[in-house]
Design a binder for this molecule. Structure first.
Ligand SMILES: *Cc1c(COP(=O)(O)O)cnc(C)c1O
Length: 354
């Protein structure tokens, strides 16, 4: 078994940090001084190492380039009160990472490497955690298949890596979204519930076409009727109808079980807002809009936390939401940020101090 102490650390000689203004960086563009790397060979994880952030050298035959066994996670660390750094719900990401690994026929990673690896790496690069409001250090653990052979089979070797990127707020303006009726993100029996790279690759064309039409993202629907609502872009989606919160249920394996989604459900329940996890049809949304009971639509995810929606288009119907009159989404956003930045009590035990 690998213990935390078994992580070998090689530090940089001089930090790159001084050149950067931490509270004014675009999402995912700059990386900290160090990264973590581990290898899976002969059925076990070994060579767990924290070292200077650097390029990787691979054969062109590397399995992941051809057959796409690649999974990842997105986690954030915040600088809170008293300058203490805490990570938001990393154990939930750890469990989800291994679910993704199982679906993609990849080896599971031990908790010691994932959690201790993140904590040691964040601790080492602690000065990179921004202190601006809604700013965070984005943590990206990922795993790729590394056999240098073209035979189609699950790879026998893998690499696990963690990189860190200081980041500011992700989407600043409210989104205009369009219901997608041609392309499909995920189907029952597929890989929609795993956080694998291919789900992102497969979604880009729909997002690009939506942008050409003036929309920021698509609202994904089911693969058969294109009526049952799934997710918004790469975020989970919530609808507020007549004082109730409704979000698609996870039962068909087509929806990524977001940790922000789960946190929002807890917060809504605490606010005494009823939450329904069930199938939702676009016709129900249109009817609610016609009756005047469709109050809010928003997306949830680690990068954006809560993404407000100003416009929702379905065929020739446009539903507009007055952002200044939204109540629930902005309140959730505020509550989440206050818990993450240590300005309100961590009632649910979400924060893990490094
Ligand atoms: C990562 C992701 C989400 C959001 O999950 P969080 O844990 O809240 O960040 C939602 N949908 C998809 C498709 C995702 O990949």
């Amino acid at each position: 078994m690998i213990e935390a102490a078994d992580i070998q650390i090689t530090k940089v000689e001089t930090s790159k940090l001084k050149d950067l203004e931490l509270n004014n960086v675009p999402f995912g563009k700059y990386f900290t001084d160090h990264m973590l790397e581990a290898d899976f060979e002969n059925g076990e994880w070994k060579n767990v190492e924290i070292k200077p952030y650097q390029p990787l050298l691979f054969q062109p035959s590397l399995a992941v380039f051809h057959y796409g066994q690649a999974i990842f996670e997105g986690i954030k660390a915040y600088r809170g009160k008293n300058n203490k750094v805490a990570i938001f719900r990393p154990f939930d990401n750890y469990r989800r990472f291994n679910l993704s690994a199982l679906r993609m026929n990849m080896p599971e990673i031990p908790e010691e490497i994932f959690i201790q690896g993140i904590k040691q790496l964040v601790k080492l690069d602690e000065k990179w955690v921004p202190d601006g409001k809604d700013h965070a250090l984005y943590i990206r653990p990922f795993m790729i298949s590394t056999d240098p052979v073209l035979g189609v089979k699950p790879s026998s070797t893998y690499k696990f890596l963690i990189i860190l990127s200081p980041s500011g707020p992700y989407y600043s303006r409210p989104m205009k979204i369009a219901v997608e009726e041609k392309y499909t993100r995920a189907a029952p029996g597929g890989v929609g519930y795993s956080k694998n790279a291919g789900n992102y690759g497969g979604s880009m064309l729909a997002a690009t076409k939506a942008k050409e039409e003036g929309y920021d993202q698509v609202l994904w629907t089911d693969p058969f009727e294109h009526k049952w609502l799934q997710e918004v872009g790469m975020m989970n989606v919530f609808f507020i109808i007549d004082g109730k919160a409704i979000t698609p249920s996870l039962d068909q394996g087509t929806i990524l079980a977001g940790i922000t989604r789960d946190s929002v459900i807890d917060l809504l329940q605490e606010m005494n807002i009823p939450v329904e996890e069930r199938h939702i049809n676009i016709d129900e949304i249109i009817q609610a809009h016609d009756k005047g009971t469709l109050q809010e639509v928003f997306g949830t995810g680690t990068a954006a936390t809560i993404a407000l929606v100003s416009d929702l288009k379905y065929r020739d119907i446009n539903m507009h939401f007055d952002i200044n009159n939204l109540k629930i989404a902005p309140s959730l956003k505020k509550q989440l940020i206050e818990i993450k930045e240590g300005r309100s009590e961590d009632k649910f035990g979400w924060m893990e101090y490094v």
